[in-house]
Design a protein. Structure first.
Length: 367
């Protein structure tokens, strides 16, 4: 589900990037605070989730926001997005089984319309802490979350009206997802679709400055990237051992504009849990190499300065253990550390089911 909505988010940004650029007056540097109220429900995406969704839920959020002024090319390319951090709290409507949620996440708000009436899309990625998790004796009904700390993804579409120069009121829809990426079972994860209302107060601002013309020429067309990531996951039965997972990719991208590039990737994965699953079926691999899973995927990468966000959809070329199906998705964050060296965070899924979360590194060549 989170991968699917992330694809929608990327599609919206693609639409935003089609615009002509020239010399323009950039926004002033400003700092703002926002209070937001969410009202929604827990999505029952698995039969065992029904007992956890007893009522509608409310969530409260406080944001600190900083505007961008076009000092980087990507800021002007995406119409001067706002950057910020958000803190979110919710009782989740079921204190007995789910407890309370505390979340913290950095985000970017990408504008669609900038006038007295405004609209924007939000993408945020952070960490969430849940006070109640699965326990075989004391909380066996909570099959959604098996670990206190979880990854947090926030997607939103908001619109509103500027009441004054410094105050604006907004409403919107949001989607909040958190799970541990399969590192601890159970892990169905929790999806919270919601509507929201917010009030934003600007604290300070500086004078607008004239920004230089954005050069539309692309100096680098081809990008080659090699990367490696690893992590761990658990499989049923619950409270079993953790299994090592690793994945490597050789990727080739072509820049279609400054804001993004299309590419193809050869992926090679190793999942130690596949050997255990095959053994349960009385299939015994000859060696560790026989459970490697090669795959081929197509993807699109959003370029946000030193940070890039890429989404890949692929198919396995060889798959000895077939319980997860033939197709997979990968959401990857890459951050440039030094020259061509970058760190990465990867979330791999099979449709709506998270497979694993991994950390790693890679190297990139621009041709």
């Amino acid at each position: 589900m989170n991968i699917f909505l992330s694809k929608i988010f990327v599609f919206i940004l693609l639409l935003l990037s089609f615009s002509s650029w020239g010399q323009e007056l950039s926004p002033s540097q400003s700092y703002s605070g926002a209070i937001k109220f969410h009202y929604g429900y827990i999505l029952n995406h698995h039969p065992e989730m029904a007992v956890l969704s007893k009522s509608h839920i409310s969530a409260f959020e406080f944001d600190l926001i900083k505007s961008t002024t076009g000092t980087r090319h990507w800021q002007r390319f995406y119409h001067y997005p706002n950057l910020g951090v958000g803190c979110i709290y919710s009782s989740l409507g079921n204190s007995e089984f789910l407890g309370k949620l505390y979340g913290f996440y950095p985000f970017a708000d990408f504008p669609i319309l900038k006038s007295r009436f405004y609209s924007e899309v939000r993408f945020g990625l952070g960490v969430a802490y849940l006070t109640e998790i699965f326990d075989l004796e004391e909380n066996f009904r909570n099959t959604a979350i098996g670990r206190h700390f979880n990854a947090l993804i926030v997607l939103g579409l908001n619109a509103g009206y500027r009441i004054s120069e410094d105050v604006r009121f907004g409403v919107g829809v949001s989607f909040i997802h958190f799970s541990n990426g399969g590192t601890r079972m159970p892990n169905y994860g929790i999806n919270l679709p919601a509507v929201n209302a917010s009030i934003v107060q600007r604290f300070s601002s500086s004078r607008p400055v004239k920004s230089e013309m954005l050069d539309s020429d692309i100096r680098t067309h081809w990008v080659l990237r090699a990367q490696f990531s690893c992590g761990s996951k658990e499989i049923f039965p619950i409270d079993g051992p953790s299994y090592f997972i690793a994945t490597g990719s050789i990727q080739g991208f072509y820049k279609i504009w400054r804001g993004g590039m299309l590419g193809v990737s050869f992926d090679l994965g190793y999942d130690a849990s596949d050997k255990e699953l095959l053994n349960r079926k009385q299939i015994y691999p000859k060696n560790e190499f026989s459970i490697f899973k090669p795959g081929l995927s197509l993807g699109y990468a959003l370029l946000l300065g030193d940070l890039s966000l890429s989404l890949h959809a692929g198919t396995y070329l060889y798959e000895p253990e077939k319980s997860d199906g033939t197709f997979y998705d990968q959401l990857m964050l890459n951050y440039k550390i030094w020259k061509g060296l970058h760190a990465n965070l990867i979330l791999k899924t099979h449709f709506a089911k998270a497979d694993f979360v991994g950390l790693g590194f890679g190297y990139q060549l621009e041709l």
